[in-house]
Design a protein around this ligand. Structure first.
Ligand SMILES: C[S@@+](CC[C@H](N)C(=O)[O-])C[C@H]1O[C@@H](n2cnc3c(N)ncnc32)[C@H](O)[C@@H]1O
Length: 254
């Protein structure tokens, strides 16, 4: 149990001991952030944002951190599975325009007509290619492959069906696109931590993208999980507040 009394955050450990932290410590911040993420899940906090006019279903800090990775890497191609309203595609496209590098490929099993129209009518549509179909279907993977030119730096973002089996299937299908030094990102491993909350399933404790990422790297030593480094940090904080724990799989060798 966690209690907050004025400036004091108290937490019961599994062994029954109770620890207390001043609110201004990194430990208190980590405890309260976990609580905030859980509360945010229940109230659907991430369903309240748009990016340049399109709904984007992401935690703002995750987007800011991803922006840091994209700015550092400057990929030629950003592939994302899971388009929904298109806000994340527009987000990546806006970064591509700002840094004069890169284009975006979005794959979704169902691109609803109103979402397709809005994405195609957007100011940044020329940066985006939409491909409709199951992200792990070989014909869809082939269509994505046809869009990537030899020698291009490729980054892959996995935000479609978040079951362990599907994300593992996506990693097997799309990790070969990821160039050395770049990343595949298995989004929404938060599922593991919020199992038991409303709109969750009991099997989320193991059936989630984080577990897919761990299983994938165990079989693929050419990939490692790497926490994005903070490019600027004048705080006592060293951990991300994130929906994407253990998500960044970096290709470290060919
Ligand atoms: C969480 S939403 C994507 C959110 C979006 N990336 C954003 O940031 O706003 C998940 C999307 O994955 C799509 N999806 C589910 N299963 C899929 C599959 N097998 N292949 C491709 N897309 C899938 C759904 O249609 C849905 O649009």
């Amino acid at each position: 149990m966690i209690t907050v009394d004025g400036d004091l955050v108290s937490v019961s450990e599994p062994d029954g001991t109770r620890r207390e932290y001043q609110i201004g410590t990194p430990e208190a911040f980590r405890i309260l952030s976990k609580l905030w993420l859980r509360s945010g899940w229940d109230v659907k906090y991430v369903y309240t944002f748009t990016w340049l006019g399109r709904p984007i279903i992401q935690l703002p800090e995750d987007l800011l951190r991803l922006q840091e990775v994209i700015y550092r890497l400057k990929p030629d191609v950003i592939i994302e599975t899971g388009v929904a309203h298109g806000g994340s595609l527009i987000f990546y496209a806006s970064l591509c325009k700002a840094i004069s590098t890169g284009r975006v490929i979005g794959v979704d099993v169902e691109i609803r007509p109103h979402n397709r129209s809005a994405i195609e009518a957007h100011e940044l549509s020329s940066y985006i290619t939409l491909i409709e179909g199951d992200s792990v279907a070989p014909s869809i993977v082939e269509q994505v492959k046809a869009q990537v030119k030899p020698g291009e730096t490729v980054m892959v973002l996995l935000d479609s069906n978040h079951s362990k089996a599907h994300v593992l299937g996506e990693l097997n299908a799309y990790a070969p696109f990821v160039t050395q030094g770049s990343y595949a990102v298995a989004m929404d491993g938060i599922m593991e931590d919020i199992a038991g909350a409303p709109r969750t399933q009991p099997d989320w404790t193991w059936n989630n993208p984080r577990q897919a990422a761990l299983e994938f790297i165990a079989a693929h030593p050419e990939f490692e999980i790497e926490e994005p480094v903070f490019l600027f940090n004048e705080s006592g904080i060293t951990e991300r507040v994130t929906y994407w724990p253990s998500a960044f799989l970096k290709r470290v060798s060919s």
